[in-house]
Design a binder for this molecule. Structure first.
Ligand SMILES: Cc1ncc(COP(=O)(O)O)c(C=O)c1O
Length: 444
């Protein structure tokens, strides 16, 4: 039973016409184009969700689920958090937004100041956009333009082939994941590092020299790159944990070649890996950081990128406006900025980063014995992101379906089954997640 669910049963029956699962599915099948989904509704049994509270969500038929996907891996403060709703309502009634290319508003400065205070010294100039993909898009353009501004044009980007940085044309072009191949020409050169070691071996110390050598080759062979663009943990690439020291080595490589180090914290940022940012595990300071998901906790679309004074001030050389020729109508939306500040309050007050580290260890310890199952090839985790890698994609799909039948929503990316619960999950939620995943695996 969900305590304090935002919709009571009475309210649900009061709007029964809209809550009817069958009608919702029919409308969906007829009118909605779902992203990353087969045409024709071959996956029509997707859950029809109507409300949420904390780390649980409820569907139109009244079934409850432990949301071990944190929605789109972004509901870090959980669902229906009163402080986040209040922050949105307050700002909505004061001033929803004002164009930041003309004026400014109070929440944008507050949000930028708060983000700057969390990042390493020197990273305090923030541009706000609406999605992780837009943050990637802006980061690549900024990296390219930075070199043009300096009078030494560079446009090559070095990245992981199994990295994922979003779904605009530019963002998708970075990735070498098969589903991310873009149609049409190459907008700029990208060198994608394909590690010679399998994902389950990449977190070991012995993988470090191998990966460093592969990145050195990618950076040093060819024209000098504008930037090295990486995640601190490969999320969509399968929850792949990288060896300690890799980001330090990439920092060094960038310092030697002048390339900007861009770390994509869209997924890892704001506590997901048990640190405020994923790069903190390696103690490095990137030149540019992209952020989204956990920044607004999924309450409103929001993303940011923060960079250094050196990068920012280089834009004074732009011949047309003496600044950045990039921006969106709703970038730095006042409601989103206000929600982000409230999210940061919740993270601090509830010590969610520390909780992510402690509960993440419990989650991993609970899931590790699943390695004995013949369908499981690896169990890995960092903070509150745990991955059970299956030997076959079919087994991964069955595991996710079995867990859902028992009230737990897991995420599947190829053969990787991922548990990414809201950071507000508690010990009993972790125990339930472990138990149901184990039961679903045993039933395969
Ligand atoms: C690491 C990373 N970067 C970028 C993105 C793209 O963000 P969005 O879906 O908000 O465009 C994602 C989305 O999953 C991501 O995991």
């Amino acid at each position: 039973m969900i305590v304090g669910m935002s919709l009571t049963n009475g309210e649900i029956s009061g709007v029964a016409a809209d809550m009817d699962e069958g009608r919702a599915r029919e409308r969906d099948r007829r009118y909605v184009w779902h992203p990353w989904s087969p045409v024709g509704g071959a996956d029509q049994d997707r859950p029809v969700l109507v409300s949420g509270q904390g780390y649980r969500v409820r569907d139109a038929a009244g079934r409850e689920y432990l949301d071990a996907m944190a929605s789109a891996m972004n509901a870090s403060c959980g669902h229906a958090h009163p402080a986040l709703i209040a922050a949105a309502e307050r700002q909505m009634s004061l001033l929803p937004h004002f164009d930041l290319s003309v004026g400014t508003h109070l929440p944008v400065g507050r949000a930028a100041e708060r983000i700057g205070a969390l990042l390493p010294q020197g990273l305090d100039r923030t541009l706000f956009v609406n999605s992780g993909s837009e943050a990637t898009e802006a980061a690549v353009r900024i990296a390219h333009n930075y070199w043009t501004n300096k009078g030494e044009p560079r446009n090559r980007i070095v990245t992981f082939a199994a990295g994922y940085h979003g779904t605009t044309y530019v963002a998708q072009h970075l990735s070498g994941l098969p589903t991310n191949a873009v149609y049409g020409g190459e907008p700029f050169p990208v060198t994608r590092v394909r590690p010679s070691l399998p994902p389950r071996e990449l977190r070991r110390p012995e993988a470090l020299p191998v990966l460093v050598e592969e990145f050195e080759r990618a950076v040093l062979d060819g024209t000098p790159p504008a930037a090295v663009f990486v995640e601190a943990l490969l999320n969509v690439g399968g929850g792949v944990i990288l060896p300690d020291g890799l980001l330090r080595a990439l920092r060094d490589l960038c310092d030697r070649t002048g390339a900007l180090l861009i770390v994509d914290e869209v997924f890892c940022g704001f506590g997901r890996t048990g640190r405020m940012f994923g790069f903190e595990h390696d103690g490095v300071a990137p030149d540019l950081v992209t952020m989204s998901k956990g920044l607004s906790g999924g309450y409103v679309p929001f993303a940011a990128l923060t960079t250094t004074e050196a990068v920012y001030s280089s834009f004074a050389a732009d011949p047309l406006i003496g600044g950045l020729r990039y921006g969106h109508t709703t970038g730095g939306h006042a409601v989103a900025c206000a929600v982000a500040c409230a999210v940061l309050d919740v993270i601090e007050e509830r010590k969610l980063v520390e909780a992510s580290a402690v509960l993440g260890e419990q989650l991993l310890a609970g899931l590790r014995p699943l390695l004995d199952h013949p369908e499981v090839s690896d169990v890995r985790g960092l903070g509150l992101v745990a991955t059970v890698e299956c030997a076959r994609p079919e087994a991964a799909a069955d595991l996710v379906a079995g867990a859902r039948a028992h009230g737990v929503l897991l995420r599947r990316q190829g053969t990787a089954v991922m548990a990414i619960p809201p950071l507000v999950i508690d010990e009993s939620g972790v125990a339930e997640l472990v138990r149901v995943t184990g039961q679903a695996l045993a039933a395969l």
